[in-house]
Ligand binder design. Structure first.
Ligand code: ZN
Length: 148
């Protein structure tokens, strides 16, 4: 939309803003807001931090954490409905290995209770380093003057 509107400087000390000019400014502002509203805006993509998987060529040890017995407190048998897998990077001198902790999810069909072994305590919560690898890093950092 093209319109001619005189500015304050063009009119000097005798400036007056005509009603037509104010109307044109309002219409232009409304049109620009409507155009902004009508353009499809994509919702902002929320980036969730994604950790790269550990290299598959590293030797892996599966450690299963399942309940001690396969029966619920109500007496019926538990049914495995899934598992939660977390990989931890371990280091024994010269070799990096992967500890794969597999925590099975068990459900009772009678009382719909869910049973899962608790996660073991870790040095760093949600971290992938085992205590062995952390010890190696600390020794390399402090005893051997190696940078991180
Ligand atoms: Zn039960």
């Amino acid at each position: 939309m093209a319109f001619k509107c005189y500015s304050r400087l063009e009119l000097g000390s005798l400036w007056t803003i005509s009603l037509e000019c104010v109307g044109q400014l309002l219409i232009a502002a409304i049109v620009s807001e409507l155009e902004a509203l009508s353009t499809p805006t994509t919702p902002p993509v929320r980036k969730t931090p994604q950790r790269a998987p550990l290299p598959p060529e590293l030797p892996c040890t599966d450690i299963r954490h399942d309940p001690e017995n396969a029966y619920c407190a109500c007496g019926s048998e538990l049914r495995r409905i899934g598992e939660q897998v977390s990989d931890k990077l371990d280091y024994t001198p010269g070799v990096f290995t992967v500890e794969r902790h597999i925590r099975g999810k068990w459900a009772c069909d009678e009382c719909e209770a869910l049973t899962q072994s608790p996660m073991r305590a870790q040095v760093i919560d949600k971290g992938i380093l085992t205590s062995g690898l952390l010890a190696q890093v600390m020794i390399a950092k402090n005893s051997d003057p190696l940078p991180l």
